[in-house]
Write a protein that binds this ligand. Structure first.
Ligand code: SF4
Length: 169
């Protein structure tokens, strides 16, 4: 234990701080999210995330929401592995034919009322992949979508704003 504490003391803080304007934006959107989540979801918004066929660029930004810099848990946002506990479904990618059934099943397994946010230009309309023999295009072609977050990929602040849009509806 002492060895670990010594290592922590010796290493210090190695993460880089956010640029001040991004920090300010996150604080503003985070405060609004916290208020709406407290009012409508009793402090805890649970998200199930599905990659329906993306290039993984959007996933990196979604994962950043949980890192020590953005730390979305402080606003009451949690990710779950089970759709049965989820209030909100976050979907990335054009929907590949192989993921269509899985996406429909995930949506159907969620309790009502359920919210859906499609992430990225691909989630919006298929993006650079469009529609083809392997791609069914945007998420809205398969399940009802409540909000779109555009960008390729959208950054964490855009994602939080997209989530805010649906929780404050
Ligand atoms: S929107 Fe861009 S980053 Fe996201 S899955 Fe499509 S190509 Fe990748």
């Amino acid at each position: 234990m002492l060895r670990i504490l010594y290592q922590i003391f010796r290493t210090g803080i190695v993460t880089e701080p956010l640029p001040s304007e991004t920090e300010a934006e996150i604080e503003i959107v985070g405060a609004r999210l916290e208020k709406d989540i407290l009012k409508q979801f009793q402090r805890s918004l649970t998200i199930r995330f599905v990659d329906a066929g993306s290039c993984n660029g959007c996933e990196l930004e979604i994962h950043a929401l949980s890192n020590p810099i953005y730390n979305c848990e402080r606003f009451g946002i949690h990710f779950t592995a089970s759709p049965r506990f989820a209030d909100l479904l976050l979907v990335t990618g054009p929907v590949s034919k192989n993921m269509e059934i899985a996406l429909r099943r995930t949506y159907n397994a969620m309790p009502n009322p359920k919210l859906v946010v499609a992430v990225g230009d691909c989630g919006n309309n298929g993006g650079i992949f469009g529609t083809s023999y392997a791609s069914l295009g945007g998420v809205g072609n398969i399940i009802p979508v409540d909000a779109y977050v555009k960008g390729c990929p959208p950054n964490p602040a855009d994602l939080l704003n997209g989530i805010l849009k649906v929780v404050s509806m």
